[in-house]
Design a protein around this ligand. Structure first.
Ligand code: SAH
Length: 274
């Protein structure tokens, strides 16, 4: 009865779909910060860094709904429904996501549910992992001499149901950024080489980018699997494939302190040539 009467009144609250950026708290936008400070309830992903979670007001309700590869937590449908429910009972509901909510973030799906339920919303973009990684690892994603374009793809497992366009990704003048690809490094290497991309193409795997635990592993496409299997590699991690990766040698400016990982100081500078 109570829910029905709530539904009858329409949602009182508003949902803010906010990008938290890749980790470094200072990469949060001023708008995201302002909205976070006035949040009544925050639903956040596993990727959102602790420094950013610390900005949430003490009296706000904090709900972890994150997913990590292999570890299932709340199902997407449940998250969508929870957002609607919260919008009926809270004024400022923040849906906080790592990076940018519209890049491999399912932000679109969540908003579609809000539209159906008649809930008001706004979207605040965030710095996506590709941009954060590129900047902090010293790898410009485009460069007039090496890459005229950049493509972001997911290396996540639905490879059979949605075949990858390896021919399209094999263009030597294009940088390829692979999100969620670590577990499929072998398939990605093979797909690209079979489609004609040079096995000597420089590749980087950057983990925990923009944080004090950032590590950068650099090698060549034919060693992608070995790089991905490095026991020191922590999650989340992103792959950058293309000639621009060679620029990291001279443009790599960020010196992480390796705070939460004792071995990272050396590994961070890397770089492992396999
Ligand atoms: N919406 C997010 C991406 C979510 S998909 C964004 O725009 O960044 C999750 C994937 O993002 C991870 O598997 C990893 O490939 C990448 N990722 C996110 N944060 C990262 C970080 N700090 N360092 C490296 N990769 C990261």
């Amino acid at each position: 009865m109570e829910i029905l009467s709530l539904l009858g009144q329409g949602a009182k609250g508003k949902v803010w779909l906010v990008g938290a950026g890749p980790g470094d708290v200072e990469l949060l936008t001023l708008k995201a910060w302002r909205i976070l400070k006035s949040a009544d309830a925050v639903l956040y992903d596993a990727l959102v860094s602790q420094d950013i979670l610390d900005l949430i007001p003490k009296d706000a309700e904090k709900i972890a709904v994150g997913k990590r590869a292999g570890k299932h937590s709340a199902a997407q449908d449940e998250i969508n429904q929870l957002l609607v429910t919260k919008a009926y009972t809270r004024k400022n509901v923040v849906r906080l996501k790592g990076g940018d909510p519209f890049i491999f973030g399912r932000g679109g799906e969540e908003l579609q549910t809000l539209v159906e339920a008649g809930v008001e919303f706004e979207v605040v973009p965030g710095i996506t992992a590709a941009s954060g990684t590129s900047a902090y690892a010293g790898i410009p994603l485009t460069h007039r001499d090496y890459a005229q374009g950049v493509t972001f793809i997911t290396g996540h497992c639905q490879l059979e149901s949605r075949p990858m366009d390896w021919q399209g990704y094999a263009n030597p003048n294009n940088t390829l950024v692979v999100y969620m690809g670590i577990l499929n490094a072998g398939i990605i290497r093979q797909g690209l080489i079979d489609a004609g991309r040079s096995p000597q193409t420089p590749v980087a795997i950057v983990s925990k980018a923009t944080t004090q635990s950032q590590q950068c592993f650099i090698g060549q496409l034919d060693s992608l699997e070995q790089l991905a299997a490095n026991p020191q590699l922590q999650m989340p991690a992103l792959m950058i494939i293309g000639e621009v990766v060679a620029l990291a040698d001279s443009l790599n400016w960020f010196q992480p302190k390796g705070e939460s990982a004792p071995d990272t100081a050396d590994a961070a500078k890397i770089v492992a040539k396999v």
